[in-house]
Design a protein around this ligand. Structure first.
Ligand code: ATP
Ligand code: MG
Length: 430
């Protein structure tokens, strides 16, 4: 790739500096005033150029992490593999990265690759141009200078942005090898931006996907959440399956995909809509959908071994989560929540007078109820009356709720009587 510095003056691009977060501007100007170079870079610049609202703002600077820390009281240094500064303004975080440089040369002790060529340490500092070529895609390597509102482009990012192309900077094979997660990032950006992945970068995903198996499982979990909870989950799912990457992340789900797919698509479509309207989403809910079918398959096996319904459900939940952990590590707080959502399904399917109000006040009720609705919406067996019942009871006063539960008792007795009669009748015939 030819490196050719291009400066795009304010009049030649559409970024309006008013759209940049106040906090990001504060960080940039403080760094500039202290004599350091500092630019807005990455998704912030890319999304502003596309007329989108950036998710967050990243800053690249010539200041070393310790120097950044000295300038900002509200600064935390994070990361070992890739040391960064986070400047915290309440919940808003501005990520400040020192310019990265090439790994060869005098500071190479701060860099490290393993035998496969994967970067395990990346703390060699460099200048602006060196920083640009260490970034992943050309459209992610555009720098915005708040001092004159110009954009600096070393890698042809402006042209790729115009043509909607995701092009890896440098030798794509080496760059995927250095960090295989870039393949997942390619898919995520293609889905989010509706861009095409450039031909070599596209083809190499099929050839190099297996390298993802060596990525730390916690990082894979983080990337998976970004893929599915970033507002473009449905498109990410389709692309991940097209690139045969989904099977690496969720092999059990892929195997049962014929049955699971509609439910997963429906859940992702709901998630995308929630995010678009600014509502919160919970990763555990989505994971409980992803793993529901595989869990059911284990449950059937346990039932065939004559385990009771609840015992089979508990064992199948445990089994499926243990097996999934081999592919990406699900933090405990989420795996607990996934199990709670599943374990509440029988309570929702068989509400009783004694238990229904307790179920209603369970802290996981909302998620478990949404899960029940989702199962119904994709045609799982005859859940409509139950969904209606749980929808209604939530709108009632306590005494009305107690009345509804009382009716359950009457219905329960009738049902029992009918069953006894049937049993007696069949018994008298034999
Ligand atoms: P978004 O925040 O919208 O998901 P982004 O492009 O800002 O997208 P971040 O993960 O926030 O993505 O990273 C910020 C920038 O850091 C990227 O735009 C890219 O320039 C660089 N970057 C991030 N991860 C990598 C990587 N694995 N390899 C090379 N460069 C990277
Ligand atoms: Mg970003």
């Amino acid at each position: 790739m030819k490196i050719h510095k291009k400066i795009i003056l304010q009049a030649k691009h559409q970024i309006n500096s008013d759209a940049i977060s106040h906090n990001a501007l504060k960080v940039l100007s403080r760094l500039n005033e202290a004599g350091y170079e500092a630019y807005l870079v990455g998704g912030g610049v890319r999304d502003l150029l596309l007329g989108e609202k950036p998710k967050d703002f990243d800053v690249a600077t010539s200041a070393k992490p310790e120097e950044v820390k000295r300038l900002f009281r509200n600064c935390r240094l994070i990361g070992r593999r890739f040391r960064l500064a986070h400047i915290l303004y309440g919940r808003d975080v501005i990520e400040v990265a020192t310019f990265r440089g090439p790994h060869e040369g005098e500071h190479s002790q701060h860099a490290g690759k393993n035998n496969e060529g994967r970067i395990i340490r990346d703390n060699v500092f460099g200048n602006l141009e060196e920083d640009a070529i260490r970034r992943d895609f050309t459209v992610n390597a555009l720098y915005y200078n708040i001092q004159d509102n110009s954009i600096i482009d070393f890698t042809g990012g402006m042209s790729d942005l115009k043509h909607k192309i995701l092009r890896m900077i440098g030798d794509t094979e080496v760059r995927y090898r250095e960090d295989p997660v870039r393949m997942l990032r390619a898919v995520r950006f293609a889905a989010k931006l509706n861009f095409k992945i450039e031909k070599t970068a596209h083809q190499l995903i099929f050839e190099m996907a297996d390298l993802l198996e060596n990525i730390p499982l916690a990082r894979l979990f983080d990337e998976t959440i970004k893929l599915f909870q970033g507002g473009y989950g449905l498109r990410c799912l389709h692309l991940l399956r097209e690139y045969q990457l989904f099977q690496l992340l969720f092999p059990m789900t892929e195997k049962s995909h014929v049955q699971s797919l509609t439910m997963i698509e429906q859940a992702l479509s709901n998630t995308d809509k929630r995010i678009a309207t600014g509502k919160s989403v919970n990763p555990a809910f989505f994971l409980s959908v992803l793993l529901w079918r595989p869990m059911q398959e284990f449950k059937q096996q346990f039932l065939a071994q004559e385990q009771h319904e609840m015992e089979a459900l508990l064992n199948a939940s445990r089994e499926v989560i243990i097996r999934q952990q081999a592919h990406l590590s699900i933090p405990k707080r989420f795996s607990l929540m996934i199990k709670e959502i599943w374990h509440m399904q029988p309570q929702l399917q068989h509400p009783t007078q004694k238990r229904a109000l307790r179920t209603l006040s369970n802290k996981r009720f909302r998620a478990a109820y949404d899960f029940l609705l989702l199962r119904h919406s994709v045609g799982e067996s005859d859940l409509e009356p139950l969904c209606d019942w749980w929808t209604q009871i939530q709108t009632k006063t306590l005494s009305e709720q107690e009345e509804m539960c009382g009716e359950l008792a009457v219905r329960g007795t009738k049902k029992r009587k009918r069953r006894n009669r049937r049993q007696k009748a069949s018994g008298s015939m034999t």
